[in-house]
Design a protein around this ligand. Structure first.
Ligand SMILES: O=C(O)c1ccccc1N[C@@H]1O[C@H](COP(=O)(O)O)[C@@H](O)[C@H]1O
Length: 243
């Protein structure tokens, strides 16, 4: 079992067309823009974040990339960075790791090129996390536009390959401020002994307290996006709530 006692918080900076944005249900075209990604990331760092969840949405959707800008953000941060979006082969993985990020999060590749993912898990250990982005119990890849198999079958396969950690996103909750899918998170934690980072739906400090109560079951951290940008609470308040 993971031995962390405190819920880690990962404020999110998702980048599309050079801007920090939030989506609803991860749908392209649902963006609300929040300005310069570096400014957003630095604001979370100043507020006390220990982690940044940094996503290249264009790379995830296949509509280009923000690689240079993302690399600048990752390199500028003094805090740990989890980097994701479009990391699907040796070149994109090498570029991501070269930013100095603490770990990368693989989504589509875990569904479409499992042999490659097994190889990089073996090579890079806990620098690799896998994003399990689900609707119901069906995984979604390519910007969450394509079905990619069963959550629990994929989880068992990745566990057997030594995957260190999972980032579990309920797409139906993401960007909606409707609260996290606690049942899903508990089910995933019951199915694996690897730590789980919860993503999607956080709307309040009470949601974070609920997620903190799941730490003994295996929830290690929570990604917080829309709630912070919409000022439902401050990051300082969030960190205090889970400390
Ligand atoms: O974070 C989002 O809102 C999001 C929306 C639509 C697609 C992907 C999204 N985010 C993250 O992107 C990576 C997956 O990228 P890839 O499939 O490896 O190219 C994963 O971390 C998603 O959670």
């Amino acid at each position: 079992m993971p031995n962390a006692s405190k819920l880690e918080l990962l404020p999110a900076v998702d980048v599309r067309d050079g801007q920090a944005v939030r989506l609803v249900h991860g749908e392209s075209g649902s963006e609300t823009s929040y300005g310069d990604p570096l400014e957003a990331a630095l604001a979370w760092q100043r507020a006390g974040a220990e982690w940044l969840h940094l996503v290249d949405l264009d790379a995830a959707f296949g509509t280009g990339d923000n690689r240079a800008q993302i690399a600048e953000v990752a390199r500028t941060m003094d805090i740990k960075v989890e980097l994701s979006g479009g990391i699907r082969d040796d070149d994109t993985l090498a570029a991501a790791l070269a930013t100095g990020c603490r770990r990368v999060n693989l989504g589509t590749a875990a569904l479409e090129t499992p042999e490659w993912v097994a190889k990089v898990i073996a090579e890079h250990g806990d620098k690799i996390a896998v994003g399990l982005d689900v609707r119901g119990t069906t995984l979604r890849g390519r910007g969450w536009t394509r079905d990619g198999g069963d959550l629990y079958e994929t989880l068992a396969r990745l566990d057997s390959e030594g995957c260190a950690r999972y980032v579990v996103t309920d797409i139906n909750k993401d960007g909606t401020l409707q609260g996290p899918n606690v049942e899903l998170l508990r089910n995933v934690c019951a199915a694996t002994d690897r730590p789980v980072v919860a993503s999607g739906g956080v709307s309040s400090l009470d949601d974070l307290r609920v997620l903190a109560s799941l730490v003994p079951e295996g929830v290690e951290g929570a990604i917080v996006g829309k709630a912070l940008y919409a000022k439902a609470f401050t990051l300082e308040e969030a960190l205090a709530a889970v400390s």
